[in-house]
Ligand binder design. Sequence first.
Ligand code: Z5A
Length: 211
Amino acid sequence: MNSKFITIEGLEGAGKTTSCRIVAKILYKYGIDDIIHTREPGGTPLSEKLRQLLKNDMHNKESLTHYAELFVVSAARVQLVENVIKPALARGTWVIGDRHELSSQAYQGGGRKISHDFIRCLKEETLGNFTPDLTLYLDIPPETSLQRVKERGQLDRIEKESLHFFTRIRNQYLAIAQSDTRIYTIDANRSKAKVKTDIENIINRWLREIN
Ligand code: Z5A
């Protein structure tokens, strides 16, 4: 089987990092042990610097504009895709991504209200038709997201946004997931065990289908 690119998406605290590990364990059971994990923004030296730029609150009191924010996450993604993800897939390594382009559509599209067409054009210009083979969208209400994030400690620049902002992001995720058969929505507002079972079912079924 050719190597694949699987991504996990959702609001802060939805359980993406936890789910990435679950997906890897399932793949191991199928004998797929050549796997790398990526996160966005991040995953290359330059992309990690851009991640700090995105998350930090103040840049000498200069705020990041919405378009600049989109360019920062997109630049980090292009570096990661071209320098890490594509080479990995080419040598037969599977890639599990903690966030990818759907995050831009949800956060910068839904959250910041940048037009869908503009985000799509930027993606097509920079990455062509490169896209994940499978995406798991972990759906939680923004209230749950903010509660989990607050329990973790200090909030970063984006986490300080309003409930309305995160509601728009969730709605955008749900709308896109509904219209794309490669995106599976999982109700992640349940126990970790139930979410894990859903992930196992989806990955098992998908692996059988593509085999
Ligand atoms: N961003 C963007 O705006 N545009 C883009 O294109 C991209 C990103 C790519 C990345 O932040 C930021 O970048 C993000 C969007 C923006 N916004 N912010 N801020 P990040 O990588 O630092 O954060 P994150 O991606 O949101 O991940 P996270 O906060 O670490 O959450 P998570 O990975 O989804 O969850 P987790 O670490 O697996 O679990 C969080 C906690 O919840 C932990 O204590 C778990 O034990 C608990 N948990 C998980 N599942 C459950 C269930 N089912 N029940 C109860 N508790 C649970």
